[in-house]
Design a protein around this ligand. Structure first.
Ligand SMILES: N[C@@H](CCOP(=O)(O)O)C(=O)O
Length: 343
């Protein structure tokens, strides 16, 4: 459907798992927190084949790598990129190497990379150090880099913007999005701009980017040497797409803000308990950010919050931060269960 907007030809061996076409879901509970007839939607990209938005970019990056004859791909990852790279490389019959920060990749993501057959190397360092290594590796060895510095990644990821316009009939007034390595905000903007040029929408959104307070280089203006946040997907201190993201913010008259881990967790719980939507913690930064700046939302505005990854990616976070304690060790009879249920 979006082929005319993508750099593919008849010769491109398209490697796909039928990614994209994810739901744009109304979020009335979040809208009620803001009031003033503001409409809030969430773009739930956690419903992609490997559970995150990375699949949109990886179908393009791996297809183009295969077209160019690559035999191996490499990425640094906080988890989602590694899962997507591993799955699409397997589908293409290409080797995948992933370099991850030891101890900071959520369980679901690590298990995905392993079961898809990636060769996983965990370093005693953070994501920024891992990215530096894989960039150098791709310059010195026959491996194609599939992080978001690969331009085909952003080409694929821009399709999420097309889908939003196709559902809403126009671009939203605001797009709220988590910012880690800052590729996705750049991809969305490219998508909105291309659709605008093609007369598919009449306006462009303000791009509102949100980083975790402990990993907020785009807000402080300085790289963060030791980024820290429970939102491990955006635990990045020196984003590869830094300059692009600043250009997007300025061109869209948008803004970047930081949200604390407590604000992220409050939004994470709100999404699950009020909207029935289970995303990973980093995804909830978009909603946490919207709620933080809610007084700035124009009356009657349409706002889309991007939810980048599925909650099942990080089951430890859900168990640790749920308000609902597990009622354990109940005797196996109906009376004991009824009492535990409060009847
Ligand atoms: N959160 C990311 C970090 C790498 O981002 P990328 O978009 O440059 O691949 C991940 O999932 O690894």
């Amino acid at each position: 459907m979006y082929r005319p907007f993508l750099p593919v030809t008849e010769q491109t061996p398209v490697v796909t798992l039928r990614e994209g076409n994810t739901p744009l879901i109304p979020a009335p509970a979040i809208a009620a927190e803001i009031g003033r007839q503001v409409q809030v939607w969430v773009k739930y990209d956690g419903l992609n084949p490997t559970g995150s938005f990375k699949d949109r970019g990886m179908t393009m990056a791996i297809s183009k790598a295969k077209e160019a004859g690559a035999k191996a791909v490499i990425c640094a990852s906080t988890g989602n990129t590694s899962a997507a790279a591993a799955a699409y490389a397997r589908r293409a019959g290409i080797r995948a190497f992933v370099v991850i920060p030891d101890g900071y990749v959520a369980l679901g993501k690590l298990s995905q990379a392993l079961i898809y057959g990636a060769e996983v190397l965990s370093i005693k360092g953070n994501f920024d150090q891992a990215l530096k290594i894989v960039r150098e590796m791709s310059e010195q060895y026959p491996v194609t880099l599939v992080n978001s510095v690969n331009p085909y990644r952003l080409e694929g990821q821009k399709t999420a913007a097309f889908e939003i316009v196709d559902v809403l009939g126009d671009a939203p007034d605001w797009l709220c999005i988590p910012v880690g390595n800052a590729g996705n905000i750049s991809a969305y903007w490219m998508g909105f701009c291309q659709y605008h040029q093609a007369d598919r929408c009449t306006q462009l959104p303000r791009m509102m980017g949100f980083q975790a307070a402990g990993a907020a280089p785009l807000i402080s203006g300085q790289p963060v040497e030791n980024p820290e946040t429970l939102a491990t997907a955006i635990r990045i201190g020196n984003p590869a797409n830094w300059k692009k993201a600043i250009a997007v913010r300025d061109a869209s008259q948008g803004a970047f803000n930081a949200v604390t881990d407590e604000e992220i967790l409050a939004a994470y719980r709100l999404l699950a308990s009020q909207e029935g939507i289970f995303c990973e913690p980093a995804s909830a930064a978009s909603v946490a950010g919207l709620l933080k700046v809610k007084d700035q939302v124009p009356t009657g505005a349409t706002v889309v919050c991007v939810l980048t990854g599925n909650g099942l990616k990080d089951p430890d976070a859900a168990i640790a931060h749920s308000n609902n304690p597990l009622k354990q060790c109940i005797e196996p009879d109906i009376e004991a269960v009824a009492i535990a249920m409060g009847f």
